[in-house]
Design a protein around this ligand. Structure first.
Ligand SMILES: N[C@@H](CCC(=O)N[C@@H](CS)C(=O)NCC(=O)O)C(=O)O
Length: 214
């Protein structure tokens, strides 16, 4: 059974969490990167006309949370305890929510090529959502985790996802967003730094590829 993952030809958390998860457990996977220019013609071939998409045993699946759940189970990075599983699910849904919040400002720049609009929407996001949504994540960590090292006190897809999204927001790749916003959330900052240093995670080739991509 070979898992095939399909995404665009850039690194993004939606695909990276799947790859990091499988790689963590040495599960081989195929990885197809679709060029943006080809998307318009290919889009209709995918069940929800979005990526990421996964093909296993000739069947096709979509939606980041569903795929993450599947890959994490295969990789032993999910949890059989319902009360741990629901913590993991909340981190995945949080990642989706904050992505939806920042998406209009990205779309304005990338698709509409309207930089003024993008800047206006980005400033609005920073004012209304940036701190608030990371505060929500820190609060979830606070109330879910006793050691504050992992969301469920055991390394899981939740930690891969939180790490990957915090990396995205602190990497300097998002216009007008300075990594210093995390200083106001010291618990989350410390958590992020510790996850970044976990040997079994940071040694993965996918992890290194994410850090070196631009
Ligand atoms: N509900 C989807 C959303 C995925 C999504 O927004 N994918 C974007 C790229 S990050 C996409 O496929 N955009 C191209 C399009 O919609 O045509 C999920 O959870 O994976």
């Amino acid at each position: 059974m070979m898992i095939k993952l399909i995404y665009f030809d850039f690194n993004f958390w939606r695909i990276d969490i799947l790859r990091l998860s499988l790689s963590y457990s040495n599960i081989p996977y195929e990885y197809e990167r679709i060029l943006r220019k080809d998307w318009i013609n290919k889009k209709k071939n995918y069940p929800f006309a979005q990526l990421p998409t996964m093909i296993v045993k000739d069947k096709v699946y979509s939606h980041t949370h569903s795929l993450a759940h599947f890959c994490a189970k295969k990789s032993k990075l999910y949890d059989s305890d319902d009360y741990k599983a629901i913590i993991i699910d909340q981190v995945l849904d949080w990642a989706n929510e904050i992505t939806n919040k920042i998406a209009p400002s990205i779309r304005a720049a990338m698709r509409e090529k309207d930089l003024k609009k993008s800047e206006r929407l980005r400033k609005k996001f920073i004012k209304n959502d940036l701190h608030l949504w990371f505060f929500y994540l820190e609060s979830l960590l606070k109330r879910s985790s006793s050691e504050k090292l992992f969301f469920t006190d055991k390394f899981s897809i939740a930690d891969i996802t939180a790490w990957r999204v915090i990396y995205w927001f602190t990497s300097g790749k998002l216009d007008l967003i300075n990594a210093s916003f995390l200083n106001k959330l010291p618990l989350l900052k410390k958590y992020y730094e510790k996850i970044s240093c976990l040997e079994y995670f940071s040694e993965l080739s996918e992890f290194k590829e994410i850090l070196s991509s631009n």
